[in-house]
Write a protein that binds this ligand. Structure first.
Ligand code: F6R
Length: 654
């Protein structure tokens, strides 16, 4: 049921709002919740809220807490029902949703504890059916849900209504989908620790809410969001049932909205679509990929048959468009990422703004101590080989991604080392036994002591130095910024703070680089990569008037999980088979992340395998579009200076 008159949303079967970023969405949703609470308070009524957990609603809760503290928003007239809880789980477990809700919201506001309801994961399995029926009854007794907020899982679940859940389903026990368990495995340290079951409100329970707001952020959600909004209503995607709800809305950030027709193929739905260079590039590459043809073989008929009549009419014939896009893509390929020295320049070479500076001072930001080599190790080696002054800047300590065994091994090594060389042995013995005891008693998902975190951080530092040494970056150009937002000792991090930005700012002012590289990961709005990127965006924003910065090129490599789409690529560095081998060796220096990692994510491959396959895929794609055949390529997008639309392509869709 589309309630909008805007033709560009014609394919969307639910009211969908796309905002610049998750912060804007959080503010808007929190405002709506606050307005509801106040309106109900004004009438002497209770506001009944259905709440969700996970990374998505955290910003909303933060904003509600701010409103409580600064604007006197009271929760005295609020009753809450949470969607779900793992089963079995103790309420004080780090990953329990009871604990999550207390930490993220309840303990910071004046809600009556008796008005809070989160499904209880400590029930005896045989009592769960009755417990769930009671939960439903309690919701009904409170007068039903006034407003339900939701996130969406990659399986399309709302609550934990996994594929197969029916529209009438009620609160019940459910088996979690494998994908959902994998997504949770980071929080639980490993897949085996993730419960197989959960108690969840049903789709029917959610559908009975007066109003429903679903939020989704980041590229990991693009595909499922598109299915839920533009696809058929199906039990395979529980969120699609919201199409049948009279008063459900979706809020997305730009990254999550990317595959909606209005952004992915806007020419189909926007009658006033104005073709500019970037739009032409995007549409033409889309066509070539769809038809599996190299760019230069696309015909007028291909354009016409695939709804690109306006492009052909305004900029055709096909021959001209093809060549234009081909040349653009061709100009992205360079074996000289830092620019060519004058004496090697050739007439057709692409001109970059600070071409004349050679060698350059270059800063490579890396969120964790290995993202640089994983995502741009080949380019990193090449920049050093070509004589640039390369600085590696590790933004976080990466300490939580080290296995306990490794911490023990190194504490043991340090003790022996000190004993051998007669150094302060008493203290080192103390630390070694502290580590041994602490780790022996440590429960699943429990955080580490300061000493253990320090040891784990040191392990990653030594690996990063080894990786840099291998890439030709000397120790005095390896910088550990240890951004404070990361140091919670838990998977869950603090939001970005002024102190994080200051550290990046001072560092950049000190080096005054000619080129910056950073992980352009837009995937997870609250993840470490995204915070690290935001800190760099914020810092360079404050530097934009400095003369040196105006000459600086800021490239983004994509980060650990995705690669840039070819239309977004501004520079593509080809790697020979020998380069690929060298890059692999550089990644191998990060031993604590090899063989198996603490946080492998939902990809069974090792990091070096992911990197190699990804770089090979980019090369294959370029080749399929009709460009030369390389064995691997590392891709980069130039930062536009606009953090909400950081790439050329995203900006042209404005
Ligand atoms: C949480 C819940 C889930 C999450 C969904 C998205 O209470 O019911 O449906 O909303 O899995 O999780 P995040 O927000 O972590 O991506």
């Amino acid at each position: 049921m589309n309630r909008q008159l805007d033709p560009t949303t014609a394919m969307e079967k639910m009211t969908t709002y796309v905002r610049d970023n998750s912060t804007s969405v959080s503010a808007e949703v929190a405002n709506e919740i606050a307005a509801l609470i106040r309106e109900k308070a004004g009438k002497g009524e209770m506001a009944v809220l259905g709440l969700a957990t996970g990374s998505t609603p955290k910003g909303v809760y933060r904003e509600l807490i701010r409103m409580h503290q600064e604007e006197g928003l009271s929760f005295k007239n609020v009753i809450t029902f949470n969607l779900d809880e793992y089963f079995p789980i103790e309420p004080d477990h780090l990953q329990s949703y009871v604990r999550y809700m207390n930490e993220q919201l309840f303990e910071h506001v004046d809600i009556e504890p008796a008005n809070v309801h989160v499904p209880d994961g400590t029930q005896d399995a045989k009592d769960v059916v009755k417990y769930c029926a009671d939960y439903e009854r309690k919701i009904a007794a409170a007068g039903g849900l006034d407003l339900q907020i939701l996130g969406i899982g990659r399986t399309g679940h709302i609550g934990f209504n996994e594929p197969g859940s029916g529209e009438e389903s009620i609160t019940r026990m459910i088996w979690l989908d494998e994908i959902t368990r994998q997504d949770a495995s980071g929080d639980f340290q490993k897949l085996d620790n993730v419960p197989h079951r959960a108690i969840t409100m049903g789709v029917g329970t959610i559908m009975k809410a007066q109003r429903v707001i679903l939020m989704a952020y980041g590229v990991a959600k693009t595909s499922i969001v598109q299915k839920a909004i533009e696809g058929e209503v199906t039990s395979e995607v529980a969120a699609s049932y919201l199409q049948n709800h009279e008063n459900a809305v979706i809020y997305l950030d730009r990254a999550a909205a990317e595959l909606l027709t209005r952004f992915d193929r806007p020419w189909l739905v926007d009658p006033t679509y104005a073709w500019d260079e970037n739009r032409i590039i995007k549409a033409t590459i889309w066509l070539a990929r769809r038809l599996n043809k190299p760019l230069l073989k696309l015909t007028d008929k291909d354009y016409n048959k695939n709804h690109l009549q306006s492009l052909i009419a305004e900029h055709g014939p096909a021959y001209d468009i093809n060549l234009r896009v081909f040349r653009q893509l061709q100009s992205t390929i360079t074996g000289w990422p830092g620019g060519k020295p004058d004496k090697l320049k050739q007439p057709g070479d692409r001109k970059w703004p600070n071409d004349e500076v050679f060698p350059k001072r270059i800063v490579l930001f890396s969120p964790h101590p290995d993202d640089d080599v994983i995502s741009m190790g080949g380019t990193q080696i090449r920049l050093s080989d070509q004589g640039h002054e390369v600085h590696a800047a590790y933004q976080t300590s990466g300490n939580i991604a080290v296995f306990d065994d490794d911490a023990m091994k190194f504490a043991d090594f340090a003790y022996d080392f000190n004993r051998m060389f007669g150094i302060d042995n008493e203290r080192s013995r103390e630390i070694e036994s502290h580590v041994e005891q602490y780790l022996h008693n440590k429960g699943v998902g429990e955080s580490d002591s300061t000493e253990i975190r320090t040891i784990k951080g040191l392990i990653r530092r030594s690996e990063a130095r080894a990786g840099c040494r291998y890439c030709g970056i000397p120790a005095d150009r390896v910088h550990f910024l240890d951004l404070p937002f990361y140091e919670t000792g838990r998977v869950d991090k603090k939001p970005i703070g002024e102190e994080d930005i200051e550290i990046i700012l001072e560092f950049l002012k000190d080096i005054k680089p000619h080129q910056i590289y950073a992980a352009g990961d837009l995937a997870d709005p609250h993840g470490t990569h995204r915070v690290c990127l935001d800190a760099v965006f914020e810092a360079v924003d404050r530097l934009k008037d400095e003369e040196w910065y105006q000459q600086c090129q800021f490239f983004m490599y994509r980060g650990a999980w995705h690669e840039w789409e070819p239309e977004s690529i501004d520079m593509c560095v080809p790697l020979s088979p020998m380069d690929v081998e060298r890059k692999r060796q550089a990644i191998f220096k990060h031993e604590s992340q090899k063989d198996s990692a603490v946080f492998p994510g939902n990809d069974p491959r090792e990091f070096w395998q992911r990197a190699e396959e990804r770089n090979a895929e980019t090369a294959t794609l370029y080749n399929a579009l009709g460009l030369p055949e390389y064995s691997a390529m590392e891709a980069f997008a130039l930062y536009t200076g606009d953090k909400n639309y950081p790439t050329r392509i995203s900006k042209s869709q404005l």
